[in-house]
Design a binder for this molecule. Structure first.
Ligand code: 4NP
Length: 150
């Protein structure tokens, strides 16, 4: 059975599409399935933000085919691990859990690494350097996750 990992942020156009693309590039696709979703439905069906596509491309990853979807309660049945970017995502997702087993699947992405920050900052309203910063911290966390899962 594959381990199924879901990356979640607010819009599913900036942070979680990057996390999906980065983790997928580091794991064995026979063993690990990676997807992403947003807690909000503002951008359903849209590709990632062009700044996320650009920073991914800078590091050799193509995330342009991804499409935004909204997180659903059913994702608790489908996924083994649900990584959220910040505490606001954490509470939005955790409150949809039906039982403690489901709630235990939810983790802050940066809990996988020893950084000063615990949350991946939302880069949506900032400049391009926010996306580079997000890329670097998400990359470190995904490296740690891939080591565990591969
Ligand atoms: P994300 O960033 O949660 O990293 O995808 C955002 C994208 C869109 C919005 C907020 C955050 N928005 O308000 O539309």
């Amino acid at each position: 059975m594959k381990t199924k990992v879901l990356m979640v942020c607010l819009g599913n156009i900036c942070r979680s599409p990057l996390a999906e693309g980065i983790l997928r590039s580091k794991v064995d696709s026979d063993k690990v399935l990676v997807d992403s979703a947003g807690t909000a439905g503002y951008h359903i069906g849209n590709p990632p933000d062009k700044r996320s596509i650009a920073v991914a491309q800078k590091y050799g990853l193509d995330i342009s085919h991804q499409r935004c979807r909204k997180f659903s309660r059913l994702d608790f049945l489908e996924f083994d691990l649900i990584y959220v970017m910040d505490r606001s995502n954490f509470s939005d997702v955790a409150q949809l859990a039906s039982n403690p087993q489901e709630a235990q699947k939810v983790k802050l992405l940066l809990s996988e690494v020893d950084l000063d920050l615990q949350e991946v900052p939302d880069p949506y309203y900032g400049g391009d350097d926010g996306f580079e910063n997000v890329y670097q911290m998400v990359d470190q966390a995904c490296e740690a996750i891939a080591k565990k899962l591969n």
